[in-house]
Ligand binder design. Structure first.
Ligand code: SF4
Length: 251
């Protein structure tokens, strides 16, 4: 169980996964790549963004979302007071599909369980943001991004928030940008809610109830911690509505 691992152990495991990805030959995508793109960001990130696959610039640099899409992502993060060094960013497939074509089922079927699922388990983010149709299809089978963007679902105290791919927003000539901001602004509240859900209840102080005890004073001045009760493509960048990988389910 990863929950029993120390941060050093998780870091070592995630570094090892990144190393495996950089030399991976498990699917045909390795044949055309310049650099594989494991992901970027702190291993302790509360928010994980999952795109589809590396593009030209990402393939050249070995980093995710470094082109125009990355700049829009950074702009949106700034709207909510974050920067890319505070979030973990990765993709469904770690190697660039030729000519930026869609990733194939066999490629995703190899890469997701081999790498992405392990990254999610080890980083254990509070919120997973899907960017684009293929990423969304992993967590929202049969859904259409135009219907569910910005609408989170909760599983095991983690929020899953589907969003448009930044490339689709860029192609919209800003007509989708206002909605994109609205969707991004939901992220801080989701992280806060996730933290509340996993926060253990504060046990009563053994001296609570004795009027003259120090505990009685503390009880008067501190807010009581109460755990909260646990609790649907923009026009996507790719004009297909069928989910890409119904068979892939992380959970
Ligand atoms: S896309 Fe994933 S499975 Fe395919 S070669 Fe790259 S790292 Fe390996």
């Amino acid at each position: 169980m990863t929950s029993s691992l120390t941060l050093d152990q998780r870091t070592a495991a995630l570094d090892a996964i990144a190393g495996e990805i950089r030399v991976c030959t498990k699917c045909p995508l390795h044949q055309g790549r310049t650099k594989a793109v494991p992901g970027d960001g702190p291993y302790t990130a509360d928010i994980m963004f999952i795109g589809e696959g590396p593009g030209f610039h990402e393939d050249q640099q070995g980093l995710p979302f470094v082109g125009a899409s990355g700049r829009l992502l950074e702009e949106m993060l700034a709207v909510i007071g974050l920067n890319r060094k505070q979030v973990f960013i990765t993709n469904v497939v770690k190697c660039r599909p030729p000519e930026n074509r869609d990733p194939m089922p066999n490629e995703m079927g190899t890469c997701v369980p081999t790498y992405l699922n392990r990254q999610i388990e080890l980083i254990n983010p509070k919120v997973i943001v899907t960017l684009g149709r293929y990423s969304m299809g992993l967590f929202f089978p049969n859904a259409k991004i135009s219907a569910i963007h910005g609408k989170p679902k909760w599983e095991n105290n983690r929020a899953y928030l589907p969003m448009f791919h930044p490339a689709a927003v860029l192609r919209s000539m800003d007509t989708m940008k206002t909605q994109y901001e609205i969707d991004f602004k939901k992220l801080p509240g989701l992280v806060e809610e996730a933290l509340k859900r996993v926060k253990p209840a504060t046990p009563p102080h053994p001296l609570a109830g004795l009027d003259d005890s120090p505990a009685a004073e503390i009880k008067d001045t501190k807010a009581e911690a109460k755990p909260s009760a646990p609790p649907d493509k923009p026009k996507d960048d790719k004009p297909k509505d069928e989910p890409p990988l119904k068979q892939l389910s992380l959970f």
